[in-house]
Structure formats: C-alpha cells, structure tokens
Design a protein around this ligand. Structure first.
Ligand SMILES: Nc1nc2c(ncn2[C@@H]2O[C@H](COP(=O)(O)OP(=O)(O)O)[C@@H](O)[C@H]2O)c(=O)[nH]1
Ligand SMILES: [Mg+2]
Ligand SMILES: [Zn+2]
Length: 367
C-alpha cells in the first residue's frame, strides 16, 4: 500500500493526461510556499477509472496516487461526484456561467447569444452576460443592448479591455469562490478579458483577421485559471454553434422571461408550445419569441428524426416533404449532446478530448 491518495482539481486536459492542481502543499513536509506552490501534477488516468465509464473533465475533483515528485507526475485514481456540468465547453462543478458576446467585431447575434445562454442555463447555475468591446459602439447603443438583455432576464455588464470600462466590477465578481465558466463565440475577447483582469496569466490572444472580423482559435483547450484564492475561471476555445437541448421542456426552461410569464399565468395545456396557442399564458410579442420559435422548431425536428430513426428509417430524415440522408450537422450535434447527458448521469464513456473544438464549426481561418 502506498501513501494516501491526494485530493486535487483537474485544471486542464491534454490528450490522455490531465493537469491536477493539488489542494495541499506540493510535497509532503513542505508548506506550499516553494516555487511549485501548491503543486500541479501531470496525471494519467488509470484504466480502472476509465472502465467506470466516466471521463474526467476540467473542474473535476479527483484523487491522485503514485506521485513522482521529481517528475511531477501522478495518476488519477478517483473521481468525486459532480454538482454541475457545463456540457460544452465541458467544465465540471461550475458555480456560475458568464456568457460573453461582442457588441461589435463580430456583431452581436441574438440567436447565437441565445444558444450560448441555453447551454449555460442547462447547468442549473446562475448565468450572467458580459458584452465586450464596448469601445466600438456609442454609449447609447451599449446601454440599449444592456437593457435588452436585462429584459431577457440576465444581469448584463458592458466591458472594454481597451478603455477599461466595467473591468473592476467584473474582477470583483469573478473573485467570488468557486468556478466561473467564461464562454462565448470565438473572437469576442474572452482571453483578452482574463488577461486584463489577471495580467500574470498571459493568455494567448488572437489578432482579429479576415473579412469576418473574428478572432482565430488561439485558445485550444478549456483551462481553469486562478483569479483569487478559491476562485477559478475557465477560459474556453471558441466554437460558434452550441447544441440545443433534446426536448422542448428543457428548451422552454432556458428562457427566463418565458418562465417569468408562466409563473404569472400558466398555460392551459401542459404540452403548450408557447407560440400563440389557445390557452397559452406566455402570450405573444415578447422580444425573443421569434428566437424561441426557431429553436423550438429545431428541437422538434431533431426529436422527430430521432424517433423515425428508432422506427427503422435509419439513414434518412424527413425534410419538408422529402427524405434526406442523415448527415445533417445539427443531428450530429444533438447526438453528441445526448452522449454528454449520458456523461452527466455517469453512463457511457466518451472517446476523444471533450475540450477540443469541433472541426465542423471551427473558425474558417484555420481550416
Ligand atoms: N476593440 C476591442 N477589441 C478587443 C477587445 N477585447 C479584445 N479585443 C480583440 O478581439 C480579438 C479576439 O480576442 P481574444 O481574446 O482572442 O478572443 P477569444 O477568442 O474570445 O478569446 C483580439 O484581436 C483582441 O485584441 C476590446 O475590449 N475592444
Ligand atoms: Mg481565447
Ligand atoms: Zn404556452
């Protein structure tokens, strides 16, 4: 029997390894004040753990054994249950999600922002919005965007790493204990923001390039960074089309303003689509009604296709009145999200690196 396994947290994944930040001093007998601080060890994951069907995520609490202090290596031998999971980027044990969108370059796209917000909402944790590049729009327009997103039900702050606007308030928020996941499309300035808040991090930032005025994928993997003692922030690689939930109920639950209306006046029918149907308590004319409708259609189409797939029509999907080969990226995304839900429930193992950007919606500059 070796010494007791040491508790720590996974702060990054690299191929078959994970980087674990230990809770305690870097070496037995040291007080953690040496150059290694509270040590980080590059760890393998033991087969036994893999056979349990769980894939280790950034943010996971783990136990490390077989430590080689000189080589700073170890092996993950245990995984604590998660209290929450952000599916993409995959971050376990998030305490809040900060969704970031740029006010310009790239222009703010309410549908895309909504898709990120939906993913954030499915964690069950508090969600807030940060609008970046406030230096690029007149103050009145910045304020109008903030008011609009507050109308959706989100605390919203405008920031600029160029002018410094909003940075101090955000730094205070991100210094709260726990894990904050920062997510949003590529090029909105996530890495720049973390650099501005904690210059010691020196994260790589992309030059906005090409006709799309989007950043390149300089951030390649999810990684946790310390913002303050006990406060970690996850920077994540850009991807641009988050998946939608598998069912309409989960989708509706991800629209705070819809839920607020439902609380005041419930719908007559439990399966109401909230699209101006008779007896609908949500009503019409709310800002994101059209966006909700588009997302609902996509969720329903994917569910219907899955259902037909089970009935034997494998390989084909209905589109309007014709059948198409089942190669739609949306379907691939939804099946991936189903696999991740399995992960959350501790079911099937995942292959591949959860944190790597998907080629299908990666930045065209890099293809
Ligand atoms: N005008 C302006 N540009 C910014 C701001 N913050 C970041 N950028 C630029 O946006 C681009 C993408 O930034 P990056 O941090 O890599 O974005 P990420 O992909 O979200 O991590 C870079 O060229 C930054 O210089 C800002 O506050 N104002
Ligand atoms: Mg980045
Ligand atoms: Zn309704």
């Amino acid at each position: 029997m070796g010494p007791e396994p040491l508790p720590g947290r996974v702060v990054a994944l690299q191929a078959n390894y994970c980087l674990v930040s230990l809770d305690g001093p870097a070496e037995p007998g040291s007080d953690g004040s040496g150059p290694g601080g509270y040590g980080r060890l590059l760890c393998t994951r033991r087969t036994r753990l893999d056979k349990s069907g769980l894939q280790v995520c950034v943010g996971d609490r783990v136990l490390v054994a077989a430590v080689d202090w000189r080589a700073r290596r170890g092996a993950v031998v245990g995984l604590e249950p998660r209290h929450s999971l952000l599916q993409r980027p995959a971050v376990a044990n998030v305490n809040r999600v900060v969704v970031m969108a740029a006010l310009a370059e790239p222009a703010l796209d309410p549908l895309q922002l909504t898709r990120f917000l939906i993913t954030a909402e499915t964690t069950g944790q508090p969600v807030q919005v940060v609008l970046s590049k406030a230096d690029l729009l007149p103050a009145a327009q910045v304020l109008a965007w903030c008011r609009r997103l507050e109308g959706w039900g989100y605390a919203t702050a405008a920031v600029s790493t160029r002018s410094g606007k909003g940075l101090e308030a955000l730094r205070r928020q991100l210094a709260a204990p726990g894990i904050a996941a920062l997510c949003g499309p590529s090029g909105v300035g996530k890495s720049s923001l973390l650099n501005a808040l904690a210059p010691a991090l020196e994260l790589r930032v992309a030059a906005v390039s090409g006709r799309l005025r989007r950043g390149r994928h300089t951030t390649r993997h999810v990684e946790l960074f310390p913002m303050a003692p006990g406060a970690l922030v996850a920077d994540s690689p850009g991807f641009n089309t988050p998946a939608l939930p598998a069912d309409p109920q989960t989708l509706a639950a991800a629209f705070p303003e819809l839920l607020a209306r439902l609380r005041v006046s419930p719908c007559r029918f439990a399966d109401c689509r909230h699209q101006g149907d008779p007896g609908c308590g949500v009503g019409v004319g709310w800002d994101r009604q059209g966006i909700y409708g588009r997302c609902l259609e996509e969720v329903e189409a994917a569910a219907a296709a899955r259902c037909r797939g089970r009935q034997g029509d494998r390989g084909l999907r209905q589109r309007g009145d014709r059948l198409e080969p089942l190669l739609d990226p949306q379907l691939r995304r939804s099946s991936r999200s189903t696999r991740r839900q399995g992960l959350e429930q501790g079911l099937p193992a995942l292959d591949g690196d959860l944190s790597s950007p998907d080629p299908e919606d990666s930045d065209p500059d890099l293809r």
